[in-house]
Design a protein around this ligand. Structure first.
Ligand code: SAH
Length: 237
C-alpha cells in the first residue's frame, strides 16, 4: 500500500499501519469477489491503490469528516467507493451505503465484517425510493457519489438526502463545465447552490479529476426525486 500511503500524504492524511492493513484486506476481498461478481475493471494492485482508494480519499478536500463524525451517505456505492476508504480513515462517521444491486450489497456486508467496521448501514435500493423514506431523507450532513450518473440526474438522486446546511460532494473526471452548466436548473429546484468545483491536484491523479461541491440551502420539494429511472431518462434542464 505504498502508493496509497504516499498519495494520501499529499492530502494531509497519515495512514497508520493498521489502516494500511485494512486497505490490504479490502484489496484482497475486492479482487477475490470480482472473479464472481462484476465489481470493478481495475484489479491491478497499484491501480486499485491509486484509482480507487486514493481517489476516494480526495473527498477530504471537500468536507471535514473529523468534525462531530458527520452522518454520511454514499449513493450508488458499488464496491464501497468512495465511502469505505473514508470510513477506514474516519471511523467515527455514521455511514449509510446505498446500492441498488443486491449482490453488490452482499459484498459490502462481507467487507464490513472483514474490516470490522462499526456504524455502517447497508441499504439495498434505489436512490429514487430511499430518498422518500423519512429515515434517510434530508438526514445527512455529507452526501458522496462517484460514477453514478451525469450531474443533472445525479443532483436529483442525491440532494434530497442532504440536510439544509449540509453538502453534496460529487466526484467527476474530465471536462465538467458543460455538465455543471446543464445542472443549474436541477440544483436550484432541488434546493442546492453550487459552492465550488475543486480540482484534485495529486501527482498520481493527473487526469483532470474534480469535486463538484453543492451546498443544500433549501428543503427539497416533496415530489423529488421522481420515480425510478426518470431522473436519468429525463433530467431536469
Ligand atoms: N461508486 C462506485 C460504483 C460506481 S458504478 C464507484 O465509484 O466505483 C454505479 C453504481 O451505482 C452501480 O453499482 C449501480 O448499481 C448503482 N446505482 C445506479 N443507479 C442507482 C440508483 N438510482 N440508486 C442506487 N444505486 C444506483
Amino acid at each position: 500500500m505504498e502508493k496509497l500511503k504516499s498519495g494520501a500524504e499529499q492530502l494531509g492524511l497519515h495512514l497508520t499501519p493498521r489502516q494500511l492493513e485494512l486497505f490490504d484486506i479490502y484489496y484482497q476481498e475486492l479482487t477475490d469477489w470480482n472473479r464472481r461478481l462484476n465489481l470493478t475493471r481495475i484489479t491491478d494492485y497499484a491501480a486499485v491503490q491509486v484509482k480507487h482508494f486514493l481517489d476516494s480519499l480526495t473527498v477530504v478536500l471537500g468536507a471535514d469528516f473529523e468534525k462531530n463524525g458527520p452522518r454520511v451517505i454514499d449513493v450508488g456505492t458499488g464496491a464501497g467507493l468512495p465511502a469505505v476508504p473514508v470510513k477506514i480513515l474516519f471511523p467515527d462517521i455514521n455511514l449509510v451505503l446505498l446500492e441498488a444491486t443486491a449482490k453488490k450489497a452482499d459484498f459490502l456486508h462481507h467487507l464490513a465484517g472483514r474490516l470490522g467496521l462499526e456504524g455502517v448501514e447497508i441499504v439495498v435500493g434505489r436512490a429514487e425510493e430511499a430518498a422518500h423514506d423519512a429515515r434517510y431523507r434530508e438526514t445527512f450532513g455529507v452526501v458522496l457519489s462517484r460514477a453514478v450518473a451525469s450531474l443533472p440526474a445525479l443532483v436529483e438522486l442525491t440532494l434530497p438526502f442532504v440536510t439544509v446546511g449540509g453538502r453534496l460532494i460529487a466526484q467527476k473526471k474530465g471536462e465538467v463545465g458543460t455538465e455543471v452548466a446543464q445542472s443549474s436548473k436541477a440544483i436550484n429546484v432541488l434546493g442546492g447552490r453550487l459552492r465550488e468545483i475543486k480540482t484534485v491536484l495529486i501527482d498520481e491523479l493527473k487526469d483532470r479529476r474534480c469535486l463538484v461541491i453543492i451546498d443544500k440551502v433549501k428543503v427539497t420539494p416533496p415530489e423529488y426525486p421522481r420515480r425510478p429511472g426518470i431522473p436519468v431518462k429525463r433530467p431536469l434542464r
